[in-house]
Design a protein around this ligand. Structure first.
Ligand code: GSH
Length: 217
């Protein structure tokens, strides 16, 4: 059955791999599933057709026959449950990998998104400069905790899993801030994720869309 995902026609991240269709592309590449991409403009995302796929008018979505999913956590879990390669077979190890998926999205990602809000949306407020160190320290605290758990391990819990896929993608957004470099084992962990051939293929596919949009294609 054909898998179709949605992605930005003209991504605001300018091909840096931050738009969240990267997560879905990467997961599909890891499990060797081909997919098609429906490109959407910001305007199209808020139209009834796309709102039928995602009530919040966002990308990515995932279609497979009659099944329509949104939320990257749910989409990655669906892919990982149906195809080998992203979740361990052992039930306890599988539960722990799913725990890392939730942890990436509900414990680590929120403070990282807060930094983006502080910079882009609140950047010109009179109190913005005063607030920034607090936002960064909140992230540092999370990274310190994550670094302590990761230690010298290659991945968060045994083999690479959907938990690592989401965690790495969540952390990549921090690169321009320099915060990743304060935690060498986390920086190396992110680099290991990005070095995976499946990540590279996903990145190239997303970048090709951005380049085509710049070329007027
Ligand atoms: N929690 C959602 C977040 C999705 C999300 O924030 N998508 C962004 C792109 S990465 C988007 O569509 N932004 C456009 C908008 O919100 O209008 C998920 O993980 O799928």
């Amino acid at each position: 059955m054909t898998i179709t995902i949605t992605a930005f026609k003209d991504s605001p991240d300018r091909g840096q791999g931050l738009a969240r269709d990267m997560r879905v592309r990467w997961a599909l590449e890891e499990v060797g599933q081909p997919y098609e991409v429906r490109l959407e403009t910001f305007k199209e995302l808020k139209q009834p057709e796309h709102l039928g796929r995602n009530p919040f008018g966002q990308i990515p979505t995932y279609e497979e026959g009659d099944l329509v999913l949104f939320e990257t956590g749910s989409i990655i879990l669906h892919i990982a449950e149906r195809h080998a390669g992203l979740l361990p077979k052992n039930a306890d190890a599988r539960a722990r990998a799913i725990t890392w998926m939730f942890s990436a999205l509900s414990t680590v990602e929120p403070p990282i998104l807060e930094l983006q809000t502080a910079k882009i949306i609140e950047g010109k407020k009179p109190w913005a400069e005063e607030r920034m160190p607090l936002v960064k320290d909140y992230i540092r605290n999370r990274l310190k905790q994550l670094a302590a758990r990761l230690g010298d391990a290659e991945w968060l819990d045994g083999d690479f899993s959907a938990g690592d896929l989401l965690m790495v993608h969540v952390l990549i957004r921090l690169r321009p801030s320099g915060l990743l470099d304060e935690f060498p084992n986390i920086a190396a962990y992110v680099a290991r994720g990005e070095a995976r051939p499946a990540y590279q293929r996903a990145f190239a596919a997303q970048l090709a869309v951005f380049k085509a949009s710049q070329a007027g294609g």
